[in-house]
Design a protein around this ligand. Structure first.
Ligand code: IVH
Length: 705
């Protein structure tokens, strides 16, 4: 090819890239599109075609090169130059005022010393850190434990709103105008960007998130394909960032907003607001909903106004981040533990929305408990579509006077099942119907019982199909015998065909018997049989938990497994022996004894044993007693440890991990976005630890042994 020809092609490619970059900047950073979708697409198409016929002219930062060809096999660790901090929370006006009073005291600010704040929306996504060297994106990673995260550059590059190359800041208008070059790379800048236009190195930080509409689109696509759906946009974002194949991430259309700074060399910012403006001028997307507030009253007004306005956003926010504007003041304030003193997250409480009760249904659980469930007109609560909420029991329905047809307020807090808070009585039309709580089991028509002093009504039929269904679902569940492939539908059919009447029947199933089940191929059936087989040696505690003994949760099952070491001893234990075990109370001892006193249950255990179920006694005595009699509650997202790991660390030191905070709790370990449990701990005066403090405590205790 003649060099003159390739120069012309090069010029056209340059021009196309420049037009595309300019359009991206206008669209994403300025929120002021300059091109129609179809013009943009045709520029992109032409560029792709030219690059396809001239592969030697393809550059890494060409807009066509966002989705690399490489599928990564692992996520390499990426060390943050400066740690990624987290924020303290304020849940009320009072707490916010306390925070400001404290920082004022610290800098010795008198009454007439004004402190300016920047208020930003607290976007609920995944935080990330991007390293730009001389304006060019070189790496991007997740937050991880704050010190180091995972390299997800391949996926971040697919985010259309993220510039691979920053734009130089346009000279101020008063600067003498230079003659415009015919084909400048950026339409409002005369020369190619030079090193001096950008910091030599900067860690730019922000949030990757997913809009509600994109979330809905992906979930409906996944549902159609019969796959698992994401619980909320935050999980969908985190899941998309952790894809090994960037083309999957690219298909998910993630969004990004940048709002803070890590390491920075060769540039200085005056203030948070200056930083946001500079980011925007560099072509980075910042959130338009920011405000400079002259005092804490203005801050509170901003927070208040977004309490309702947030519902109209197309993405989730869980609060407002308030930052001291001046960087000089920020430096003076510094940080405590892993949180800066100059910023705080003002969090909105649990989300409440209104919807209608379409019907009330009774669910029969594995202990035969009849639980009323309200079926609701589907409604989105913080990005999650809710269509059912628990009404707890018959007394609760009466107390709240929930009727079919009522408009109700429902609430979802964290991962808790949504519940009906109250009825909006003013919305009643008179057509609402009172719910009559059944006295017969809706599943098997047998009589039900509600013992005196208890709120729960139960079906007493031992072979009630709903009960058996729930028992088997529990037995195979992940934290019990973990038999993958047997979901609700499969279990239902196994019961309906009479093949399975109790958990022991699972172990006699044969391949041919599984094949007639709907949507069951030979491959899946073979896998299920193998999974059933490998469950035979699960730890004893899981088998005990899987039996579904009343009052025996995962922790209780572990205590029993540790104490007895094998099933034979447990099966013959007396109430006295059981109640003598630390952490096994009288009620638990009695229900455990009652379970084993039932000949049906003894028979089930015999059959499990003859089917080859040999639970492994892997439970070991605690390695130390450093945390003896100490109770820990973990809340929020842990970044360095998995929840199970953290709990295992407590148990290994002789302590216990619990799910709820009470006066008996020794420590609450609060991870990212900790909410109500943290608030409760503070209210009760329970000691709160950060994840790092917890790890340190484990290490120290270990060394001391
Ligand atoms: S500033 C040192 N600003 O909230 C300051 N954070 O626990 C670090 N977040 O991990 C964060 N929107 O993922 C800041 N406008 C915003 C934010 C924001 C969301 C997230 C971020 C961080 C968490 C704080």
């Amino acid at each position: 090819m003649s060099s003159a020809f390739s120069e012309t092609v090069q010029a056209r490619i340059d021009s196309l890239r420049q037009q595309i970059d300019a359009a991206n900047y206008a669209y994403f950073a300025l929120d002021a599109p300059t091109l129609s979708d179809s013009s943009y697409d045709s520029l992109m198409r032409e560029l792709k075609e030219l690059e396809a016929s001239h592969p030697e002219l393809v550059t890494a930062d060409s807009p066509t090169q966002r989705v690399g060809a490489n599928v990564v096999t692992t996520f390499d660790p990426i060390a943050h130059r400066t740690p990624m901090l987290s924020l303290d929370n304020a849940f009320s006006e009072e707490e916010l005022r306390e925070w400001e009073a404290k920082l004022r005291r610290q800098v010795g600010a008198g009454e007439d010393f004004a402190i300016e704040y920047v208020c930003e929306l607290k976007i609920d996504g995944s935080s990330i850190s991007l390293a730009y060297e001389n304006g060019r994106l070189i790496r991007g990673g997740t937050r991880g434990n704050g010190e180091s995260g995972e390299d997800v550059t391949h996926n971040l590059r697919t985010i259309a709103a993220l510039p691979l190359q920053l734009r130089p800041i346009a000279p101020k208008t008063e600067a003498p105008a230079k003659p415009q070059a015919a084909l400048s790379l950026f339409d409002d800048v005369e020369e190619e960007p030079s090193a001096a236009d950008f910091p030599s190195l900067i860690e730019i930080r922000g949030e990757v998130f997913m809009t509600h509409s994109e979330f809905a689109r992906i979930n409906s696509e996944m549902e159609e394909r019969g796959g698992k759906t994401f619980a909320n946009p935050r999980n969908a974002t985190a899941g998309s960032l952790r894809q090994k194949d960037p083309s999957i991430t690219a298909s998910r259309k993630l969004d990004i907003c940048l709002y803070t700074l890590g390491a920075c060399e060769g540039w200085s910012f005056e203030s948070q607001y200056d930083l946001l403006q500079t980011y925007k001028q560099w072509g980075l997307r910042t959130n338009p909903n920011v405000a400079i507030c002259k005092n804490i009253d203005e801050v509170l007004a901003f927070c208040e106004s977004w309490r309702t306005k947030k519902e109209s956003l197309n993405y989730d926010i869980d609060g407002v981040v308030v930052k001291v504007n001046s960087f000089a003041l920020q430096r003076e304030l510094g940080q405590v533990s892993r949180s800066p003193r100059w910023a705080i997250a003002y969090k909105y409480p649990a989300l409440q929305v209104r919807t209608k009760v379409e019907k009330i249904e009774i669910q029969v659980g594995r202990t035969g408990a009849l639980t009323p469930v309200a079926h609701l007109t589907p409604v989105a609560v913080a990005g999650v579509v809710v269509s059912r909420a628990t009404l707890h029991n018959e007394d609760e329905i009466r107390r709240k006077d929930v009727r079919v047809g009522d408009t109700v307020v429902i609430q979802r807090a964290g991962e808790v099942i949504p519940e009906v808070v109250e009825v909006v009585v003013g919305e009643r039309t008179g057509d609402e119907e009172e719910f009559v709580f059944p006295t017969l089991c809706p599943s098997c028509n047998s009589p039900t019982e509600r013992p005196e002093g208890e709120v729960v009504r139960r079906c007493v039929n031992l072979i009630c199909p709903s009960k058996v269904q729930a028992q088997i679902e529990h037995f195979v569940s992940r934290n019990a015998m973990d038999i993958e492939g047997l979901g609700e539908k499969q279990v239902e059919q196994l019961i309906a065909t009479g093949l399975v009447k109790d958990p022991a029947d699972l172990y006699t199933l044969e391949l041919d018997q599984l094949l007639p089940i709907e949507r069951m191929g030979e491959k899946l059936a073979t896998k299920i049989i193998a999974n059933i087989d490998s469950s035979k040696t699960r730890p004893l505690s899981r088998l005990i938990f899987g039996l579904g003994i009343r009052h025996i949760g995962e922790h209780g099952a572990e205590v029993l497994a540790n104490h007895f070491g094998n099933l034979d001893k447990l099966r013959t234990a007396t109430v006295e022996e059981l109640s003598g075990i630390f952490e096994i109370g009288k009620t638990t001892a009695e229900s455990t004894f009652a379970y084993f006193a039932e000949s049906r249950n003894q028979n089930l255990l015999d059959r499990l044993e003859s089917a080859g179920v040999r639970p492994a006694s892997t439970e070991t005595a605690p390695v130390s007693t450093a945390f003896a009699k100490k109770t820990f509650v973990f809340t929020g997202t842990l970044l360095q440890l998995k929840r199970e790991e953290a709990e295992a660390m407590v148990k290994a030191r002789g302590g216990r991990a619990s799910g709820s905070v009470s006066k008996q709790t020794s420590y609450v370990v609060a991870g990212e976005s900790a909410g109500s449990k943290l608030a409760k701990a503070q209210q009760l005066g329970v000691a709160v630890l950060t994840e790092t403090e917890f790890i340190e405590m484990c290490d120290v205790k270990e060394e001391a042994q």
